[in-house]
Design a protein around this ligand. Structure first.
Ligand SMILES: Cc1cc2nc3c(=O)[nH]c(=O)nc-3n(C[C@H](O)[C@H](O)[C@H](O)COP(=O)(O)O)c2cc1C
Length: 456
């Protein structure tokens, strides 16, 4: 049985996943502004030997239903997850952190400096989720009237990666820094190269601000599963977050990404694929089902539909419920339109989509039962689809994480599916084995290392 990797999916807001569940009396997510809340979660996950804590992030909120968005805390308020990470790293030793930064909005120079800083401060426990973001209200936050069309956002993201590799991999030579007090030589300017990038979207003339960190480029993650998204993942990602409506479509997506990676000269094992996992665990099945019913009573259908509209630009309630849900692509994210068209087992009507989405929202595999039940199903999905791990999704916090760590993790360990102890120190080594601290030689980013690439 192959050993799996485990992360959790979170966001620096009071509300995520099942809309409305922030009102549940056991849910402490209204404490999202308190550092102690996040430290407590990180320490629970480290006790459970999790690989990483992943924070999604985006800008803007659903402006066309403002009253509902604020009433139900749909994508608002929203704090910056990156600013949590130094504090969480100080309160843990092994747990790694993956956070989101969007090439659609960030500046590559500042972004590279932030990730290098975090790689230094966490001693290599950092990953970057690269998202070609498509929200309209997000674009307005940055003074951009219109969001770039879908495929052009991926062109922009491609160029963002190129500049990032130039800065992170190519600017400072490995032995540029001596930090020698006696000879009064901190760094040798001759070994710090100026990146001169002039492109369609970005112009940068600078040497990288930070000296080389242990991983240099943070471990790269990606989550868009449209055609362009998967191609981007196959080329750049070392970790991919995939969700699919059926086992068959997840398996097909996993195979597709690995096939595309091979076409870029990368090995199948150079990309770890994670799928979302929502697990309601009880000491008995009855206890788990009782929890599930209780959670359902706190959910909000109108808020759930608003999250769909925000992700896709489609107001499901405004469609004719009996009309077929086909050819529904918009210029916003496509993952959640294609989930009900291309990747669906059978044709859907607007009503089907509405009912399914209100129940599942953005959750991945949804399980409810005892620890043995959950471990059985996880094992089955790994064996059948070839995924390498799971991203645990919250219902109530810290309850969801506590149940998983106390009940499911020991069961996975008993089956030899999950580590008993941490061994490797950096995130990249944890995913790819001891010694793999830097991008693999077959990764396109490694081509920007000196002296193979001229950048002046
Ligand atoms: C696990 C996971 C994490 C995601 N994280 C983010 C995120 O942090 N920010 C965001 O805007 N979208 C996030 N998404 C959504 C997709 O990345 C989003 O749909 C993407 O912008 C659109 O790409 P696509 O058109 O290729 O689907 C996430 C999706 C998944 C499955």
């Amino acid at each position: 049985m192959k050993k799996i990797h485990l992360g959790i999916f979170d966001i620096h807001t009071p509300n995520q996943m099942t809309q409305g569940l922030w009102t549940h009396p056991d849910n402490q997510t209204v404490r999202y502004k308190e550092l102690s809340f996040w430290i407590e979660l990180a320490q629970i996950l480290e006790r459970g030997k999790f690989d990483f804590m992943f924070f999604a992030d985006s800008y803007g909120y659903p402006k066309n239903k403002r009253e509902l968005a604020f009433r139900e805390a749909v994508y608002t308020p929203s704090n910056d997850p990156m600013l949590l990470i130094s504090a969480l790293a100080a309160a843990t030793k092994h747990l790694a952190f993956v956070t989101t930064a969007s090439p659609s909005y960030e500046a590559p120079f500042a972004n590279a400096r932030r990730f290098s800083t975090l790689d230094h401060l966490t001693n290599g426990r950092i990953g970057w989720n690269v998202v070609a973001t498509g929200g309209v209200s997000g674009a307005e936050c940055f003074g951009r009237g219109a969001v770039l069309p879908h495929n052009e956002r991926y062109d922009q993201a491609e160029e963002f990666m190129e500049v990032s590799y130039k800065l992170l991999e190519g600017s400072w030579e490995d032995d540029a820094v001596s930090a020698d007090r006696e000879s009064r030589l901190y760094a040798d300017a001759g070994k710090v190269h100026i990146v001169r990038h002039k492109g369609n979207y970005f112009n940068v003339t600078a040497s990288h601000a930070s000296e080389p960190s242990i991983q240099r480029t943070p471990v790269l993650f990606q989550a868009g599963s449209s055609d362009r998204g998967r191609d981007f993942a196959a080329k750049h990602a070392e970790g991919v977050f995939l969700k699919a409506p059926t086992l068959e479509s997840l398996k097909a997506q996993v195979e597709d990404i690995r096939r595309r990676a091979a076409a870029y000269g990368r090995g199948a094992s150079e990309i770890k694929i994670f799928t979302g996992l929502s697990a309601i665990v009880g000491r008995t099945r009855v206890e788990a089902e009782r929890k599930r019913d209780d959670y359902r009573r706190h959910s909000s259908r109108e808020a759930a539909l608003l999250t769909y509209e925000n992700a896709t630009g489609i107001d499901l309630a405004a469609l004719d419920p009996d009309a077929p849900f086909a050819d529904m692509n918009t210029e916003q994210g496509r993952t959640h339109t294609e989930r009900y068209t291309k990747h669906s087992a059978k044709p859907q009507t607007a009503r089907d989509v509405m009912d399914n989405f209100a129940e599942k929202e953005f959750r991945g595999i949804t399980l409810c039962g005892t620890a043995e039940d959950i471990a059985d199903r996880m094992q089955y999905w790994v064996e059948e689809t070839g995924v390498d791990g799971f991203n645990l999704e919250r219902y109530v916090l810290p309850g969801t994480h506590l149940d998983f760590v106390d009940l499911v993790v020991p069961e996975l360990q008993k089956r030899g599916m999950f580590r008993q102890q941490y061994e490797e120190s950096t995130l990249r080594e944890r995913l790819f084995g001891k010694g793999a601290t830097r991008l693999a030689d077959s990764h396109p980013g490694s081509g920007y290392r000196r002296p193979s690439h001229e950048r002046e």
